[in-house]
Design a protein around this ligand. Structure first.
Ligand code: 6GU
Length: 240
């Protein structure tokens, strides 16, 4: 997979050199390039923003640098990901879908967003996905792009050491939150590891974990029990 990120703050993407994406790069599983949007400005001030038509607070990113940038870095058929709080919710199913793409290009906006014609123009030759991480506001798309890239890259074959860990985690195949986990020592401060986990009875352990997953999901994310996530969940929700 090839990943390009266009931003006015290339340094914000430095974490891509570390940890999981960094190791995937070293293994040759992904190719990543970060581009400074100002490369595609032509005035001495390297202007990327302007006042919004119709008035209102803040500044809007101008279409021309973005158009030139995307012409330069996104070949026809690539997938353009635009992080924005006005996007479709990003979730594990979308991460899995993006993990099938050959090339992802991230357009990280700042200020009050990017002139809407940029996405409209790009959609004529690219798959465009405007995505939101959740119902809160970040200053720009960079942190969201990092999150999306990490969620996608860890799904690529050969990136994770242990593929089995993908199956059981929160938001995995059953659409429930993960059960609580424990390791040694068996007693720590005044807290013990649940006996069932020491029993060696794999069937009992599996049903305890399933029950804990459901209990957690009911308490923290009841929306997941009824959510239509487009077939991501395999079994229908049982009543709590
Ligand atoms: Cl994807 N971008 C920005 N700027 N803010 C957000 C977000 C994205 N998701 C939640 N808040």
């Amino acid at each position: 997979m090839r990943i390009d990120v266009v931003t006015v703050f290339p340094d914000y993407l430095r974490p891509l050199e570390l940890s999981l994406p960094g190791r995937a790069r070293e293994k040759g599983l992904i190719e990543v390039e970060v581009h400074d949007l100002r490369t595609w400005t032509h005035d001495v001030h390297r202007t990327v923003d302007d006042a919004p038509y119709g008035g209102g607070a803040g500044m809007v990113m101008k279409p021309e640098p973005w158009g030139e940038a995307l012409d330069a870095v996104a070949p026809d058929g690539a997938t353009l990901v635009v992080p924005t709080p006005a996007g479709e919710p990003f979730h594990q199913r979308l991460a899995a879908e993006l993990a099938t793409r050959e090339q992802l290009v991230f357009a990280c906006g700042r200020y009050e967003g990017i002139d809407a014609r940029v996405a409209a123009d790009a959609a004529r030759r690219l798959e465009v996905r405007e995505v939101s991480l959740g119902d809160y506001v970040l200053n720009g798309g960079e942190v969201a792009a990092l999150a999306v890239i990490e969620a996608v890259v860890r799904l690529l074959p050969g990136v994770l050491g242990n593929a089995a860990s993908l199956a059981e985690e929160s938001h995995g195949e059953d659409g429930l939150l993960e059960y609580p986990v424990f390791t040694r020592p068996v007693a720590w401060r005044d807290l013990a590891v649940p006996d069932v986990l020491l029993s060696g009875d794999h069937a009992r352990i599996a049903s305890w974990r399933a029950e804990e997953s459901r209990r957690r999901t009911v308490a923290r994310r009841p929306d997941l029990l009824t959510a239509d996530v487009g077939g991501w969940r395999i079994e229908p929700a049982a009543p709590a």
